[in-house]
Every structure is written in structure tokens, then in C-alpha cells.
Design a protein around this ligand. Structure first.
Ligand code: NAD
Length: 537
């Protein structure tokens, strides 16, 4: 079945159908229409999958896909043109240039947390580069996966763009095919599976992975602005954002005040009861919910009781009520998206071996041995996870975890051993910027690092002495939003980049072309036998 998909895409690619710029522009226009004309359906599917607020789906997913499609379409002539290059003097007269050609048939494997953006933004780049595409959306966001599978053939060339739905089994089948490029977004554990499968065919890969992105704050920062921006970056999509600040390293003179201001920002954003807020999302499934509960201080969450069928029904009803309540709040506050929910509110997916984040992100989890001297122990904090400053409430049936701030967290706490990927923000107290940098450098290279300091020297030191996919001064998530900036990780947080020109190049082969007139044959200068005196060796 999947082999057939690959063979059919290969045939299309080899027919030359995807190469003309007119075809690419038409596809990119259609992709833009796909997301703009189906705004309400996407809002509903993301709400059903993740309890995602309408504004987040529109601003952080649909608008970005539409913007990327337009950005790359408008630059196609420039990027696909011949770029002349100077030739070595010994070869003159001669000319050289580079030309970008499509890679061929590419596979895009996307995750559940931004189920539209992370499926369709790489698709825009792959279309711009003139490829035939197979997209495999995440089974953990089934409503959005289904919607994409329905819409893509209606808008895009069905001979050249195919969607294959499914989980690890279907992905494994796809990975057996000799794609010309594989673009994977998700955890590092599956990233390795993808890379191993790709090695079989020497297929190049782009791996967009995750990790623990640190955020440093010192006393030169405007503490209110820092608190609001960190809260926004962390709690958007209920913390399920690959570049969310994973934890904060704050100097002793600001740490506690910062924790309290973040709590204030949370109330400003989501009200006294974030559970009732239409602007705060839910955890994707039961497995991730249970994983996150274990990261809270001991005793915060009562253990799960074995549930009878009756309790299970009550739980499903509870989840549905939660969703309906939030929709009602959205409507009454005028912030809701249009349209009905596209599917069941309770989409708890079954655990899959490959997507276990706790077991996943190898580097980030493995290298956590830290000298305690770098982190201040906060008096009166007895749990490794720290003291709960705000949040800590959970609702299993609704898969709700309140936006939670932990203060005085120990580096040995479970919450510091893996990428959190949920609405829990630990704050660790560090002596100064140097200690923070040492702490960061003892761990895997993160997808992003953020620095809130107005001290120029401190900023420069971070820029020069740490390595991360991106670095944000006073701005979490911002780099993700621009088609002009390459986006990707480094080390354990990923291989390769995309967005805008970087994405176009990821899905292209830049071919070098040279030419030299046949007459007169001046190349004779380099033919043997050599005259050493002339060559001045
Ligand atoms: P996921 O479970 O949706 O998995 C991602 C994809 O891999 C899915 O399409 C899934 O079907 C497939 N998959 C799962 N198990 C597989 C297996 N055994 N074999 C083959 N394919 C398999 O997503 P996830 O891994 O839970 O995603 C969360 C991680 O992704 C986090 O670490 C996050 O930081 C990272 N992430 C990174 C980015 C980025 O842009 N760098 C963006 C979003 C998420």
C-alpha cells in the first residue's frame, strides 16, 4: 500500500510535473487557500485534539502556514535562478553557476502539538522546491490528521501530494522506501529510528527535535516584562511547544520576585481559574498527562485509581463538559472560533512505544549530572521539584494541568531530567550568568535559549559561550514566527533548518554547473607533460 504511494509519487516526479514554477506557484496558492478557507474546521479540530484556543490555532498555525506559502512563492524566481560563480583562472575562459533542483520524492513526518503548522509549513517549502510529497501527520492529533487527509487532495495536486495517516506501523512502512529526503519533527527517540531507516538508502534527513530550552533572568531585566513574556512562551498551547522555555535559571536577587510576577501574569492571562479560561489548552492524552503529574512535587496529585467502566464513562462525560464549558466561555467572552467541534472531545490516544518522551530525548535526559554548587538551595524548600508558587491543580478527566510555577527546584528533580512539554515551569536559583552558562553547557544543546538581561556583556557571553538552535534576548518563541530566519536545532535538538529560504534549500539539491568553450582548447595548459618551469611549482 505505502509502496504504491511511493511508486506513484515517484512516477509523478519523474514525469517532470512538479518542476515548472507555474505548478509550484499554483500549489502554494492552493495551500494558502486550504488554510484560510478552512479556518473554522481547523480551529475545531485543534480544539478537539488539544483543547487549543481558537486564537492560538489561527495566530500560531494557520497564519504562519499562509504567510510561509506566500513568502516562498514570491521569491521562487530568485531562488530558482542560476547564480553565477567565478571560475579558477587556470580554467579561463570558463563559466560556472549553481542551480537549485528539487530533491525528488520527499517524506514529511509531523507531530501532534502544532498539528497544522508542523505538517503544512514544511510542505510549503517542499512544494516551493518542486518536490512530490508524502505527508504523514501524527496519529495523536487524529481530528487534525483526518482533516488534513480530507483537504489536501481537494486543494493540492493529488498526483504529486499524498497524505498517509497512521502511527508507528504506517510510518515504519513508509520509511522502508527510498525517499530523496525525509523531514521529521518530533522526539529524539523516533528521530533515531528515522535516521537509521534513512541510512539504509543514504537518504538525507532533517530532524526537528526538542530538548530542555533554558531561560536566564538577572536583576538588570525588567521583571514584569520578563514575567509576562516567559509566561506567554511557556503556557501557550499548555506548554506543549518545542521552543517553550523549559526552565528558568534566575539570579538570587530576582528569582523569588520573578516567580511571583509570573504567577501574576498567569492570572492576568487566564483569570483566577485557568481551567475555565477559553485561552488555556489541555494535555494531548492520558499518557502525557500522567507523565506530567509525576513531575510535580510529591503528593500534589493523588495516584490514579483503577477505574470501573462507570468511572470511565463519567470521565469521558467530564472531559466533554470541560470542553463545552470552555467553548461557552469563549463565546460569551467573544473569543471563540466558529464552527462545531470536529470530533470527540476525549481523544486519549493509546501510548506508542516510539513517542514516549520520558524515554526519548536521550541526550537531554542522560547528561544531567550537575555539580550542586551551581544551583542555590532555597531554604524552606523540601521537595526536589521545588515549592509550588501557583498552580499544581489537575483534573484527570479533562486532562487539565494548571499553569504551574515551581520555585527553588533542584537539578536532581525529575522535572529537570526530561523535556517537560507541559505547563510546569521550574525556577532554579543560580549565582550569576557564568554559573547559568556552565549549567547549560553540561546538558545537551537545546533547541532554544532565552536571556532576559540588559547587560550587554552578559548577552555577549551567552551568545559566544552557549550553543542552541536559536537564542532569544527578552523574546521566547519569536524566532519561530519569521520566514526570514532559519529554524532548527543543534546536536540533540536537531539536524538541519527550514522556514523561508532555508526550507527551500533543505528540499533542494544545489547543483554546480560549469562550462568551457571547446575551441580554442586552452585547457592544454594543464594537460601533461608538464613544463615545471612554466608552472612555477
Ligand atoms: P509524535 O508522537 O506525534 O511523533 C512524531 C511523529 O513520529 C508522528 O508522526 C508519529 O506517528 C511518528 N512516530 C511515533 N513513533 C514512531 C515509531 N516508533 N516509528 C516511526 N514513527 C513514529 O510526537 P512526539 O515525538 O511526542 O513530539 C514531541 C517532541 O517533538 C518533543 O520533544 C518536541 O520538543 C518535539 N518537537 C520539535 C519541534 C521542532 O520544530 N523542533 C516541533 C514540535 C515538537
Amino acid at each position: 500500500m505505502t509502496n504504491q504511494t511511493f511508486e506513484q509519487l515517484k512516477k509523478t516526479y519523474e514525469s517532470g510535473r512538479t518542476r515548472p514554477l507555474a505548478w509550484r506557484r499554483a500549489q502554494l496558492n492552493a495551500l494558502r487557500r486550504l488554510v484560510t478557507e478552512n479556518r473554522d474546521a481547523f480551529v475545531s479540530s485543534a480544539m478537539a485534539d488539544l483543547g487549543k484556543p481558537a486564537a492560538e490555532t489561527v495566530l500560531m498555525e494557520l497564519n504562519l502556514v499562509a504567510g510561509e506559502a506566500q513568502f516562498v512563492r514570491n521569491r521562487l524566481s530568485l531562488w530558482t535562478a542560476r547564480h553565477p560563480k567565478a571560475m579558477h583562472w587556470m580554467l579561463q575562459p570558463a563559466a560556472g553557476w549553481t542551480i537549485a533542483e528539487p530533491k525528488g520524492v520527499v517524506l514529511i513526518i509531523s507531530p501532534w502539538n502544532y498539528p497544522v503548522l508542523l505538517a503544512l509549513e514544511p510542505m510549503a517549502d517542499a512544494l516551493a522546491a518542486g518536490n512530490a510529497i508524502c505527508l504523514k501527520p501524527s496519529e495523536l492529533s487524529p481530528n487534525t490528521s483526518r482533516l488534513i487527509a480530507e483537504l489536501v487532495p481537494q486543494y493540492l495536486d493529488p498526483e504529486a501530494v499524498r497524505v498517509v495517516e497512521g502511527g508507528p506501523k504506517e510510518t515504519g512502512d513508509l520509511l522502508k522506501n527510498p525517499f530523496n529526503h525525509i523531514f521529521y519533527t518530533g522526539g529524539g527517540h523516533v528521530g533515531k529510528i528515522v535516521m537509521r531507516a534513512a541510512a539504509e538508502h543514504l537518504t538525507p534527513v532533517t530532524l526537528e527535535l526538542g530538548g530542555k530550552s533554558p531561560c536566564f533572568v538577572d536583576r538588570t531585566a525588567d521583571i514584569n516584562v520578563a514575567a509576562r513574556r516567559i509566561a506567554w512562551g511557556k503556557f501557550t498551547n499548555a506548554g506543549q511547544t518545542c521552543v517553550a522555555p523549559d526552565y528558568v535559571l534566575a539570579t538570587p536577587d530576582v528569582a523569588e520576585a520573578l516567580a511571583e510576577r509570573i504567577a501574576v501574569a498567569i492570572t492576568e492571562f487566564y483569570g483566577e481559574d485557568p481551567k475555565a479560561s477559553p485561552d488555556f489548552g489541555r494535555i494531548i492524552n492520558d499518557r502525557h498527562f500522567e507523565r506530567l503529574c509525576k513531575l510535580l512535587p510529591v503528593g500534589t496529585v493523588p495516584p490514579e485509581e483503577p477505574s470501573s467502566p462507570l468511572v470511565q464513562v463519567a470521565s469521558a462525560v467530564g472531559a466533554a463538559m470541560d470542553m463545552v464549558g470552555r467553548r461557552f466561555n469563549a463565546v460569551t467572552t467573544g473569543r471563540g472560533g466558529a464552527g462545531e467541534m470536529a470530533g470527540s472531545a476525549n481523544n486519549a490516544a493509546k501510548p506508542t512505544a516510539g513517542s514516549n518522551m520520558a524515554a526519548a530525548d536521550d541526550g537531554a535526559t542522560a547528561s544531567a549530572a550537575v555539580e550542586p554548587s551551581e544551583i542555590h538551595k532555597v531554604p524552606g524548600v523540601f521537595d526536589l521539584a521545588g515549592r509550588i508558587v501557583c498552580g499544581g491543580k489537575v483534573d484527570r478527566a479533562a486532562r487539565y494541568i494548571a499553569p504551574t510555577v515551581l520555585y527553588g527546584t533542584s537539578p536532581d528533580a525529575p522535572v529537570m531530567k526530561e523535556e517537560i512539554f507541559g505547563p510546569i515551569l521550574p525556577i532554579l536559583v543560580v549565582e550569576d550568568a557564568e554559573s547559568a552558562i556552565r549549567f547549560i553547557n553540561k546538558r545537551s544543546r537545546p533547541l532554544a535559549a532565552y536571556v532576559f538581561s540588559r547587560d550587554h556583556e552578559v548577552r555577549l557571553t551567552f551568545e559566544r559561550q552557549t550553543s542552541s538552535g536559536a537564542l532569544g534576548y527578552s523574546l521566547p518563541l519569536g524566532h519561530l514566527l519569521s520566514s526570514r530566519l532559519p529554524f532548527g536545532g543543534v546536536g540533540a535538538s536537531g539536524i538541519g533548518t527550514y522556514h523561508g529560504k532555508a526550507g527551500f534549500l533543505t528540499f533542494s539539491h544545489v547543483k554546480t554547473v560549469v562550462t568551457k568553450p571547446q575551441f580554442p582548447d586552452t585547457l592544454r595548459l594543464v594537460y601533461p607533460p608538464f613544463n615545471e618551469a612554466e608552472a612555477k611549482l
